[in-house]
Design a protein around this ligand. Structure first.
Ligand SMILES: [Cu+2]
Length: 292
C-alpha cells in the first residue's frame, strides 16, 4: 500500500498511462552505479503528456536504495513519504513544465552493499492534470549497461493492434500474485478494449489500475477492461496499469516465459509470451499488493 500526501497527486492519479508512441523515454542522465555506492539520480523529462504540461513527478524507489535525499525545486512542493525512517517515494508537485520544456528532477541515495549486480528500476509517474505516464528508468549496478529488454522490438500484431515489450518479473517463492506488462498500440480508426486475459499460470488474470481510495493509493480491478483509444498507445508497466495474475500456480522464473491470452473486443484473441525478467525492485511484485 502506498500512502500519498499530495492533493495534486491524488487528483491526478486516478486516470493513468496513455503514452504517446515513438517518443523518447524518461531515463537517468547517468545510469551506472554499483552495490554500496552513492548515486545521484537525475531524471530528465522527455516531454509532457500528450502536449499537456507536467505538474507532478512521483518516483517510487526500489528496495535497497537507502539514505535518500531529494533536491527541492523552486515552485514545487517536495514530499518524501516512507516508513521506519526509510523514504519510499519522492513526489514533486504543484509546478509546471511545458511540453517542450527540459526540466530535471534529482535525488541522491546509496545502493545497499548486498544488492545483486543487476538493473535497479525506479517507477516514475509523470502527471499532467488528468493524464499521466508511467516510466521505468533503471540504473545498472553491474558492468553491463542498463538492458532495455522490455523495449524489445518483437511486435505482435492482431487486427489493428500492435503489441510490444511483453514482460513480467520473477516472483519470490510462495508469492500469490505476479504482474504482467505489455505495450499496446492501436493503429486503427476505432477504439478497442482489452476485456480479459487468461493464462495457464493463474485461474484469474485481472486488469488493474492504480486508484486512490480513502486517500490511499491502491491497485484496483478494471471490471470493464481497458480501452485502447484509436491511434493511441497504452502501456502496462510497473507502477501503473498492469495485468495481475492472482493465485499463481507456479513462481515466475527469470529467463522463462509466461503465456497469456489477451482478449480484445474487436481484434479478438492473441496469445503472447511474457519474458520473465529478474526479480525487480520496482515495488510492483513486493510491497505493492499488501492489503489488496
Ligand atoms: Cu495489481
Amino acid at each position: 500500500m502506498i500512502r500519498i500526501a499530495s492533493r495534486a497527486a491524488l487528483a491526478a492519479a486516478s486516470t493513468f498511462a496513455i503514452a504517446s508512441p515513438a517518443l523518447a523515454h524518461m531515463t537517468f542522465e547517468t545510469a551506472q552505479s554499483a552495490p554500496g555506492e552513492q548515486f545521484r539520480g537525475v531524471l530528465v523529462l522527455p516531454h509532457g503528456c500528450d502536449g499537456a504540461p507536467t505538474d507532478t513527478i512521483r518516483v517510487t524507489l526500489p528496495q535497497g536504495f537507502v539514505d535518500v535525499s531529494a533536491e527541492a525545486k523552486d515552485g514545487w512542493t517536495l514530499e518524501t513519504p516512507g516508513s521506519d525512517g526509510q523514504v519510499s517515494q519522492i513526489v514533486w508537485s504543484g509546478g509546471s513544465v511545458p511540453d517542450d520544456g527540459h526540466e530535471t528532477f534529482a535525488f541522491t541515495g546509496t545502493f545497499a552493499a548486498d544488492l545483486p549486480e543487476t538493473d535497479m528500476v525506479f517507477a516514475v509517474e509523470q502527471m499532467c492534470g488528468e493524464v499521466s505516464l508511467g516510466w521505468e528508468p533503471a540504473v545498472s549496478l553491474g558492468d553491463e549497461p542498463v538492458s532495455h529488454g522490455q523495449d524489445g522490438s518483437d511486435a505482435i500484431t492482431v487486427g489493428d493492434l500492435e503489441l510490444t515489450g511483453a514482460f513480467t518479473r520473477a516472483t519470490l517463492p510462495n508469492a500469490p500474485v505476479g504482474g504482467g506488462y505489455v505495450t499496446i498500440t492501436n493503429k486503427g480508426d476505432e477504439a478497442d478494449r482489452l476485456v480479459s486475459a487468461q493464462s495457464s499460470f493463474s485461474p484469474d488474470v485481472q486488469i488493474h489500475e492504480m486508484a486512490v481510495v480513502n486517500d490511499v493509493m491502491q491497485m484496483q480491478q478494471l471490471p470493464e477492461g481497458l480501452e485502447i483509444p484509436a491511434g493511441e498507445t497504452v502501456t502496462l508497466a510497473p507502477g501503473g496499469l498492469h495485468m495481475m495474475f492472482m493465485n499463481i500456480s507456479a513462481p515466475f522464473v527469470e529467463g522463462e516465459t509466461v503465456p497469456v491470452t489477451l482478449v480484445f473486443e474487436k481484434a479478438g484473441e492473441v496469445e503472447i509470451e511474457l519474458a520473465v525478467q529478474a526479480f525487480g525492485a520496482s515495488g510492483m511484485n513486493t510491497s505493492g499488493h499488501e492489503g489488496h
